[in-house]
Design a protein around this ligand. Structure first.
Ligand code: GMT
Length: 375
């Protein structure tokens, strides 16, 4: 199949999933066209089956907001015609599903029909999409998609609760390329980050309010008082500066490393002992799955789709949002001795195997085939 993939090209989970999906589909013989405003971060290699088409938005001083949807839908029309793209798979409803629908209508005028598969990722529904200013357009574009998927059962239920949806929503969970998370580094360069008696705790995110970054730091602060440890903070975002100030105020600057965005997530996870994700809400928690695939147990909140990914008492623990005390106790319970830690590490790895890309990607292929045959 010739598939156009539209996504955000940044470090966000939806872009990562879209990129990994496109790469795997290309290995399975499909021709993939990524259409977005920048080359996606994990899309390092273009090949015979992987193409990237950049959406340009010319700056014009009359516009207070440059019309990205317009440029995207025009680019989609051009690329479908030029490359014979048979189906568009758009990740994150806003504004991608809307732009794809406009492209579909424009192409109809030229007797070309391109179906749309929309994948809902989380904040496009829970935080942003349900805002009254966006809701009618989001509802419309979900209902006009030929097929709709969501990354967890929890997100599906949120979508049905928040919007008037007439379409079927199929749950296709996020996935991981387990092979990429095999330990390929001899000692993971752990010694560069911590002494032998220290545990390494990690958090990876886009540092938005929804991630509850202050909770990450407070949990770590409590843990390091009983168990010698270091905290690795990976990512960039609006809450990062406040996080650095809090670390300073708590007097733990020598124990916390802020990495910024990193293309070496697997290297950092390789030397990690515990992953913290105390988010306010999380439709899935791809970062937690990536940690588990690297044998890192997870302390998370129990909100949204996290209980579908992290299994309480097995791959880690789940607590109510904001329950720093319980999260601290559970982190200590995992880290307190090598035997317990190793059991959680093995279980985390085992749990991640349920999300192996070889099991999940065929589900998308089946959706594409059905969508095309229904048109
Ligand atoms: O986590 C974010 O803020 C980024 C956001 C995105 O769309 O890139 O992540 C959402 O999609 C991910 C991939 O499906 C999920 O793993 C995240 O849980 C989800 N984030 C939220 O629901 C807050």
């Amino acid at each position: 199949m010739k598939i156009g993939i539209v996504c955000y090209p940044t470090f966000g989970g939806s872009g990562v999933v879209a990129t990994e999906l496109g790469l795997e589909l290309s290995k399975r013989g499909h021709e993939i066209h990524f259409i977005t405003y920048r080359q996606p971060v994990r899309l390092e290699l273009l090949s015979k089956n992987v193409h990237f088409h950049e959406v340009h938005v010319p700056e014009y001083p009359l516009f207070h907001y440059q019309p990205y949807e317009l440029a995207l839908s025009s680019k989609l029309v051009d690329m479908v015609k030029l490359h014979g793209i048979e189906l568009l798979h758009v990740h994150y409803a806003i504004p991608h599903a809307y732009a794809a629908y406009m492209a579909q209508q424009m192409l109809k005028d030229e007797n070309i029909y391109v179906p749309i598969v929309t994948t809902l990722h989380g904040t496009d529904i829970t935080l942003v999409g349900s805002h009254p200013f966006y809701k009618p357009a989001v509802t419309f574009s979900i209902n006009k998609s030929n097929a709709v998927t969501s990354v967890s059962e929890s997100l599906k239920q949120d979508t049905l609760r928040l919007f008037n949806i007439k379409n079927e929503i199929e749950v296709v969970p996020n996935f991981i390329d387990i092979e990429k998370h095999q330990p390929s580094f001899t000692d993971c360069q752990r010694s560069m980050m911590a002494t032998e008696d220290e545990r390494i705790i990690t958090h990876i995110s886009n540092f938005r309010e929804v991630k509850n970054i202050p909770d990450v730091i407070k949990i770590f602060y409590n843990v390091q008082r009983g168990i010698p440890s270091k905290l690795m903070m990976v990512g960039e975002g609006p809450e990062k500066e406040q996080a650095e100030i809090l670390v300073e105020e708590l007097g733990i600057s020598d124990k916390v490393v802020f990495f910024g965005n990193s293309n070496e997530i697997d290297r950092i996870l390789c030397f990690s002992d515990l992953f913290l994700l105390p988010s306010e809400t999380e439709s899935f928690g791809l970062a937690a799955l990536e940690a588990m695939a690297s044998s890192v147990p997870v302390i998370s909140s129990n909100s949204g789709g996290l209980p579908e990914v992290n299994k309480d008492g097995i791959s880690g623990y789940l607590s109510d949002v904001g329950d720093i005390k319980e999260m601290t106790q559970k982190a200590i319970a995992i880290l307190q001795d090598d035997q317990t830690l190793n059991t959680f590490k093995e279980n985390a790895k085992q749990q991640s195997l349920n999300f192996d890309l070889h099991a999940i990607v065929p589900k998308y292929e089946a959706i594409y085939e059905k969508t095309l045959s229904d048109c």
